[in-house]
Design a protein around this ligand. Sequence first.
Ligand SMILES: Nc1ncnc2c1ncn2[C@@H]1O[C@H](COP(=O)(O)OP(=O)(O)O)[C@@H](O)[C@H]1O
Ligand SMILES: [Mg+2]
Length: 254
Amino acid sequence: MNTSEPVITLRGIGKVFQTDEVETHALHDVNLDIHRGEYVSISGPSGCGKTTLLSILGLLDTASSGNYVLNGHDVSALGATARARVRNAEIGFIFQAFNLIGDLTVQENVELPLSFRHDLGAAQRRARAHEALERVGMAHRMRHYPSQLSGGQQQRVAVARALAGRPAILLADEPTGNLDSRNGEAVIAMLDELHKGGATICVVTHDVRYAELAQRKIRLFDGRMVDEETFHRMRREDEQRLDALIGMQGGVAA
Ligand SMILES: Nc1ncnc2c1ncn2[C@@H]1O[C@H](COP(=O)(O)OP(=O)(O)O)[C@@H](O)[C@H]1O
Ligand SMILES: [Mg+2]
């Protein structure tokens, strides 16, 4: 276990969505530490709260309860403007659908988040964008538009955009969800490379094969976080219950 200061600390995080008459409890008492240099996967079935959790981690949404400390700062109670500023400086977000802007070039897409950084001049922004595109092997497509690229290439550009701000952590929500398996594997291999280069990464996926590649695997069920050991214990108990049930029914039928 890493003993350095965590990049992310969540304590007692809950999220309730209020729609008309219905309350959806999307997250319950989530506690999580992610340390510098860790590669964590969060997996679980559709609707278990993965996107909700990642959106909170990425400061795209706020929790209904609990505490969130990001890189030493309590960000639980920040207003929208402060949240956007912290997000832009500390978080690199990779979406399932790439979310590139169609009428900006690759270079402009990668530079865009940097344009809100008052600490960076134009030359620095260009250099950062170029460096990030080099890291994902897309520097030779700098003047292309997203529509001129394959899905795999678009996701590489989106990864470069996430990297360019040198964030404290990369958060990826089903980054292979819109890709065929070959391109999906290439993106996963790239995340692995970035991790080996020192990046802190948290990937959300319902694909167990990709989740397995991470250094630490976290499972989410009905908005609750369970570790690997608990997950396997729960599964064993489920199987035993099922066996008992089948045994009973077999007994009745016989
Ligand atoms: N904006 C929202 N309004 C209401 N309910 C939501 C909203 N976003 C997500 N939910 C609900 O919260 C639960 C978790 O959703 P989500 O985090 O998207 O799951 P996952 O990403 O694991 O598929 C689901 O029951 C979903 O319907
Ligand atoms: Mg999701």
